[in-house]
Ligand binder design. Sequence first.
Ligand code: SF4
Length: 99
Amino acid sequence: MTYQGTNTRSSGSEILPVPITEERPWVVFSACRDKDANIFFPENRSQEKEALAICATCPVQYDCLEYAFEADIRFGIWGGMTEKQRRRLVRRGAGAIAS
Ligand code: SF4
């Protein structure tokens, strides 16, 4: 899975995206690095289960979840959690794990 970087950097007259590996160096170790990113934005329970199964084997799951909280990412599966699960955690005040 290759998410696009969200930050940009000016280079002369062009605005270039910051390379993903610079913003999130841990992605090179992710279990989803060669997977279709679409399954991490599931449209049904089957796709959600498939994505969560990949996350369950991921060595950088904590980094990914921390990033999702820090960047306030609202959509998709990050760090082995669905958006609904992350929202629930934030409501309980556990979003502070990212600090
Ligand atoms: S935890 Fe899941 S979404 Fe995050 S890098 Fe690992 S496999 Fe990808």
